[in-house]
Design a protein around this ligand. Structure first.
Ligand SMILES: Cc1ncc(COP(=O)(O)O)c(C=O)c1O
Length: 384
């Protein structure tokens, strides 16, 4: 088999989830599992968090259906709500909690609820407190909440918002968003669901009744590097995905020889080049720059030359022991315990960890590890 595998440490996922709970002890934490659990495999991650998380959140009904198909029973929040009226019957009867962010969604839902008198629904009414992406303005929300509250088909309304800058310390926009949403929450006397990962970790004033951690569950520190809590959080979170492969060929080149497409890298000294089975056809970012760190047998080496579709090349001149079959860690935790954070790799690609993790393509097999469970969920019969 091609040696590239994304190893998913489900114990680390559970550990990180519990860190979110520890940071916001008064709140309940819905696990955000959208985009296939940020590339980690939503069904497996949901199964691993099943006994911990009182609710899970996905982007849309299709993602929710995939979790239901794998036996997930808890409420599933649809973060973008619904896109078509045809989704409503399943939302109403299937235990979904829909976000409502536009007037037509409110009208359509209330109209459809009339067809299901025996069902009562929880909804999240989204306020645009300053990010200006989705949501009602604070002025619009009062009337809508009044209608929802008095509608007998609505069991519970949560007030929701999303923060644009919670990862940055002392950010004036976060202060403004918090002021707006906390004032509104007190006025409307509704349960609040505001905090993403950075707010869960660093803004207790945002916690209230529910927090919505996403990326931190996967071991990514969401705080900016100059945030005063950044280093502490690094100690607390554990990487969940380790992207691992092997060296499949070695080239011994004299100085002055090009490596790979476009001859971007030209050797400056006699160089040993390791060819690694991993490329942009697997989701590894083609924009990774010269020097992007990679672990070979737990030691840092540098990317040399362009990433191609199925392979990339690293300079292993300093590692005479390394050769065909040597273990390569593109990010995550190496078998020896050495770590390379996906955030660090992302900086070398001028992107963020979110895009690298969600970008790992289906052809990369995910191998799930959990200390008290069979090695893979395929073995356990959870996944087909
Ligand atoms: C509405 C909403 N809530 C929560 C999250 C989780 O955010 P994070 O991954 O930064 O914790 C996201 C992710 O983008 C989101 O869109």
């Amino acid at each position: 088999m091609r040696p590239l595998t994304a190893h998913i440490d489900l114990d680390a996922l559970r550990h990180n989830y519990l860190q979110a709970r520890r940071c916001a002890p008064q709140a309940r934490a819905m696990a955000v599992l959208k985009a296939n659990a940020y590339g980690h495999g939503a069904a497996a991650c949901a199964a691993a968090l099943g006994d911990l998380a009182p609710a899970m959140a996905v982007a849309c009904l299709e993602e929710g259906q995939a979790l239901r198909a794998h036996g997930i029973k808890c409420p599933i929040v649809l973060l973008e709500g619904f896109f078509e009226v045809s989704e409503l019957d399943e939302i109403i009867t299937g235990g979904y909690w829909s976000v409502l962010h536009t007037p037509w969604q409110v009208e359509a839902l209330l109209e459809r609820l009339a067809h299901w008198p025996q069902h009562r629904l929880t909804v999240l009414i989204k306020c645009d407190s300053g990010m200006h992406r989705l949501g009602f303005s604070p002025d619009e929300i009062q009337n809508i909440c009044q209608r929802l509250r008095t509608h007998e088909g609505i069991e519970q309304t949560l007030l929701m918002t999303h923060f644009a800058t919670a990862d940055v310390p002392d950010n004036p926009l976060l202060t403004r968003q918090l002021e707006t949403i906390n004032t509104l929450r007190s006025r409307l006397d509704l349960p609040g669901c505001f905090a993403n990962s950075p707010a869960t970790l660093s803004a207790p004033a945002s916690h209230h009744d529910w927090v919505r951690p996403g990326v931190m569950l996967y071991g990514v520190n969401p705080l900016e590097r100059h945030h005063p809590l950044h280093d502490e959080i690094n100690q607390v979170l554990q990487p969940v995905m380790t992207l691992e492969s092997r060296i499949i060929a070695v080239r011994e080149l004299p100085a002055g020889e090009p490596i790979g497409y476009g001859a971007r890298h030209v050797t400056r000294r006699p160089t040993r080049v390791g060819v690694v089975a991993c490329g942009y056809g697997d989701g590894y970012d083609r924009h990774a720059k010269e020097g992007t760190p990679v672990l070979v047998d737990g030691q840092r080496v540098a990317l040399a030359g362009r990433v191609s579709m199925d392979m990339l090349t690293v300079d292993i001149t300093e590692l005479p022991e390394a050769g065909i079959g040597s273990r390569v860690t593109l990010w995550g935790r190496d078998a020896s315990g050495a770590t390379l954070s996906v955030s660090e790799v992302a900086r070398w690609c001028d992107t963020i960890a979110y895009t690298l993790l969600t970008g790992i393509l289906p052809r990369v097999p995910r191998c799930y590890h959990r200390s008290d469970a069979p090695k893979t969920l395929i073995d356990a019969g959870v996944l087909p």
